[in-house]
Design a protein around this ligand. Structure first.
Ligand code: PLP
Length: 443
């Protein structure tokens, strides 16, 4: 059965009676006119559908906790939607913890994770009742224990480990291979446990945590990951007098960015994970663990599109034709950061025939600010509205104010209704944190 991460477009995308693209019952050309561009548009139905697909795919396994990897895209409205769908949140900063808390997330279901958490952030996580903290390195064990002691609590922790599995994705988004900045090497686990047993009385190891990478298309990787973690749990249990019960498998399931991409379905991933647990918990003779999974991209990526207005264009004699839009690397750094490839369509003339191959350039002052390298489209005119698909993950969340360009707004669409979920920045916001020392004030 097909799942939403295998679709190129939000599930509600269609061409309406105005011959415009429509998502969530909202005409994209009208949204661009109403809210301005660039504009991120999120389809609530797609988000809820994927969340439900995850729950359904794992429903045959009794002990599952779904966490959404907040870093993919987090706002208070997204927290509300995924909290309603029963998800907890995987958080990596005080900002993400604060957002989850203020939007009313169930903090017990959440995990605080990261390779250099500050002691203030750890304190905050403990005070807000975050259910689990992932311990990433030796330095952190001490911080975690100190903060727990100060709060008079014993903190449940997962040990973040690198399972030594390489996935075939871009080097920058691989995380589970041995030489990674994240987590403990499996050969260090004994020392971690011994340190905790000998000197950290306020830490309680409840399980292991791993995350092998992002935009993963190979299901066998999850099978292997489960085996590595279960084998390690069995070893720990036998050697030490502790009983870890959880494994957190991270996220990483890929989505379809172009027609050529064929990610596996959520059901295929779930089947691999569950069958690996069944086989390996028997093989290594341990009780079936509680599993946590923390998808980010596959929850939010497909639901979001970005609308841009077409501006200038340039034909290089005997070279490429560049068409520039009113956004670029500041609202979507992925193409310049790791050669990510996107698909776009004209929102105002989706049925027009493709006539030329163009390069879609951003507006920022970097030659590398190219959003799409060569795409066939109808002849673009100034004022056309281009819709980029699959920009829901790692777009806004990685956005910047490069060139002092204002950050776009984000709207949520559903049942023909559109609501702002992030306001567009204005120039006052932009300078609101700037300070001129009194000696430099112009008089
Ligand atoms: C980034 C990350 C995720 C989410 O990855 P996606 O590819 O967006 O699903 C989950 N867990 C951890 C620990 C991460 O670092």
């Amino acid at each position: 059965m097909q799942t939403s991460n295998q679709s190129l477009k939000p599930t509600t995308t269609k061409i309406n009676e105005n011959k415009h693209l429509e998502i969530g019952g909202c005409d994209l050309v009208e949204l661009a006119a109403k809210y301005g561009t660039p504009l991120y548009v999120y389809d609530e139905q797609t988000i809820r559908t994927v969340a439900q697909e995850y729950k359904k795919a794992f429903s045959s396994y009794p002990k599952v906790n779904m966490l959404y990897a907040s870093k993919a895209f987090m706002t208070k409205a997204i927290v509300r939607i995924l909290d309603e769908e029963g998800f907890g949140f995987d958080m990596v900063s005080g900002g993400e913890i604060y957002t989850a808390h203020t939007a009313g997330a169930d903090m017990k279901k959440c995990l605080f994770n990261g390779n250099n958490k500050s002691s203030d952030e750890i304190k905050m996580a403990i005070n807000y009742g975050v259910g689990l903290i992932s311990a990433d390195n030796f330095f952190e064990l001490k911080l975690l224990d100190n903060a727990s002691k100060a709060a008079g609590k014993v903190t449940d922790i997962l040990l973040r480990v690198t399972p030594g599995i390489e996935c075939h994705t871009h080097e920058y988004i691989q995380t589970g291979h041995l030489d990674s900045k994240f987590g403990f090497d499996l050969t260090q686990v004994d020392e971690v446990i011994e340190q905790i047993q000998n000197k950290y009385n306020n830490l309680n190891i409840v399980g292991l945590h791993a995350h092998i990478g992002s935009q993963i298309f190979e299901t066998s990787i999850y099978y292997d990951e489960v085996e590595v973690l279960i084998k390690e749990m069995a070893r720990i249990k036998q050697k030490y007098n502790i009983n870890p019960t959880h494994i957190n498998l991270g996220g990483g399931l890929g989505i379809k960015y172009t027609k050529e991409d064929c990610p596996p379905s959520i059901y295929e991933i779930a089947d691999k994970i569950i069958s690996s647990i069944n086989i390996n918990s028997e093989k290594y003779n341990i009780e079936k663990p509680e599993i946590h999974i923390e998808p980010g991209r596959s929850i939010i990526g497909t639901s979001g599109v970005t609308l841009y207005t077409v501006g200038s264009s340039k034909q290089v004699p005997q070279g490429k034709k560049y068409v520039a839009v009113d956004g670029g690397m500041a609202d979507n750094p992925r193409p310049s950061l790791y050669q990510a490839v996107y698909t776009a369509e004209l929102a105002n003339r989706p049925e027009d025939k493709n006539e030329e191959k163009v390069t879609i350039a951003g507006r920022f002052c970097e030659s590398g600010d190219i959003l799409i390298q060569g795409i066939n489209l109808p002849k673009l005119k100034e004022g056309d509205i281009l819709c980029f698909y699959d920009t829901g993950a790692y777009g806004y969340s990685m956005s910047s104010n490069y060139n002092r360009v204002l950050k776009p707004a984000a709207v949520l669409v559903n049942n023909s209704q559109s609501d702002i979920i992030i306001n567009r920045e204005n120039y006052e916001h932009l300078v609101s944190l700037d300070v001129i020392p009194s000696r430099l004030i112009k008089n």
